[in-house]
Design a protein around this ligand. Sequence first.
Ligand SMILES: Cc1cc2nc3c(=O)[nH]c(=O)nc-3n(C[C@H](O)[C@H](O)[C@H](O)COP(=O)(O)O)c2cc1C
Length: 232
Amino acid sequence: VTSSDTFLETLSTTRAIRRFRPEDIDEEDLTRMFFAATRAPSASNRQNFRFLVLPRDGSARRARELLGAEYRRCWQAKSQRDGYDIAARDRQSRSGRMSSAMDAFVADFENIPLVVLPCLIRYKPASPLEGASVYPACQNLLLAARALGYGGVLTQWQVGVEPELRAELSIPDDIAIAGVIALGRPKGSHGPVRRLPLPQLVFESAWDRPAPWATDPDGARFSGAGPATARG
Ligand SMILES: Cc1cc2nc3c(=O)[nH]c(=O)nc-3n(C[C@H](O)[C@H](O)[C@H](O)COP(=O)(O)O)c2cc1C
């Protein structure tokens, strides 16, 4: 096994982790993770991404409580809208497992080992392309976490409490809050990453024409796209 095999294995086994063991992340590991995260590219190398870390205790507690209440509200609404409340009745199904991981995630949001707000310093009017200067750093963070035995998830349910969050954390108006990343040691087991088959995702020369080399490796696992109800 070469180091590129190990690297690619890390990339292709990184799941969204929403259940955490209680222990804190070692400071040494935090340093390594955030170093890796901040090596990410950004337009013109402006490095206009910032990470605002919210520890469990201390003055960030109130911000966590704001987020926790909002995350519980958002998940309840999504669960009904996307049919997870029905899917959850079969606890062994993938939707059911996802649903119970979500329940645990929002119920104990305030105690997640680390909550991070990835932010973007805006230097021009908001645009659909601007996220490209912050999300590579977010993904680096999640991959570095995975490489060190941690796990996490990028979420975006902060929108409903943004004004309160900005006030609480002194975040100026020209800073975009790109999401909320939860991190910690994964609790329990997690299945393989499942995605659509590669020919449905990679085209060559024209839209919807699968590239001839776009074939999944042996053992690849698949899933439909979208939430529970989208798949019926
Ligand atoms: C842009 C973006 C927004 C997301 N927002 C949320 C969110 O608000 N809440 C949440 O629980 N997960 C959120 N996720 C996590 C996705 O649900 C997750 O990455 C996806 O279902 C794949 O999960 P898997 O890698 O475990 O298969 C978000 C992911 C991305 C990339």
